[in-house]
Design a protein around this ligand. Structure first.
Ligand code: ZN
Ligand code: FE
Ligand code: FE
Ligand code: FE
Length: 162
C-alpha cells in the first residue's frame, strides 16, 4: 500500500467482509435474545445491514473496483466473543445483558471504520462515496444508541435481579 487511496480500498474490503459476517451473526443473536424489544432491535438492524452491504457495493462501483472482501480478524474475534456469551450465559436475563455488550462491540468497531472511511473519502475527493458512508455511519450510531437505551431501561436491572 503506497497511497491513501490504497489504504481506503483495503479498509473498504475489510468492512465489506465484516458486514457480511454481521449478516450471518445477527439472526443468531436475535434468536438467542429473550427480551422482545432486544429481539426486534437485532431484526431491524439486520434489515439495515442488508442495505449497508448494498451501499458498499455502490461504493466499489463508484471507485471502479470489483466488490471483494478481505478477512477482518477483528470482526471474527468480536463474533467469537458473542458466541461465547450466548453459550456460557446460564439464564435469559444475563444472556440479554451480555448480548447487548457483544452487539455494542460490533457497532463500535463499525463506527470506528466508517468514521475513518468518511474522512478518507472526503480527502480523496470521492463526494458521492462520502454521502453513502455517512448514511451507514448514522445507522450504526443509531443502533448503538438503541442498545444503550435497552440496557439502561431494564435489561441490566433484570440481569442484576436474576
Ligand atoms: Zn473490519
Ligand atoms: Fe453495519
Ligand atoms: Fe478489520
Ligand atoms: Fe451495525
Amino acid at each position: 500500500m503506497k497511497t491513501l487511496q490504497d489504504l481506503f480500498e483495503d479498509m473498504l474490503k475489510d468492512i465489506y467482509y465484516a458486514e457480511k459476517k454481521i449478516l450471518k451473526e445477527l439472526p443468531k443473536m436475535a434468536k438467542k435474545a429473550s427480551d422482545p424489544e432486544l429481539k426486534m432491535a437485532f431484526e431491524s438492524h439486520l434489515g439495515e445491514t442488508e442495505g449497508q452491504v448494498e451501499r458498499l457495493e455502490q461504493v466499489f462501483k463508484l471507485i471502479d473496483k470489483p466488490a471483494k472482501g478481505k478477512k477482518c480478524p477483528a470482526i471474527e474475534g468480536i463474533a467469537e466473543e458473542a458466541a461465547e456469551i450466548m453459550e456460557e450465559a446460564e439464564n435469559d436475563e444475563v444472556r440479554d445483558a451480555g448480548l447487548i455488550a457483544a452487539a455494542q462491540a460490533v457497532e463500535h468497531y463499525e463506527m470506528a471504520r466508517y468514521g475513518t472511511m468518511v474522512e478518507w473519502a472526503r480527502q480523496l475527493g470521492h463526494t458521492k462515496v462520502v454521502k453513502l458512508l455517512e448514511e451507514t455511519l448514522k445507522q450504526e450510531k443509531g443502533a448503538d444508541a438503541k442498545l444503550t437505551k435497552l440496557a439502561e431501561s431494564g435489561i441490566n436491572e433484570q440481569a442484576l435481579a436474576a
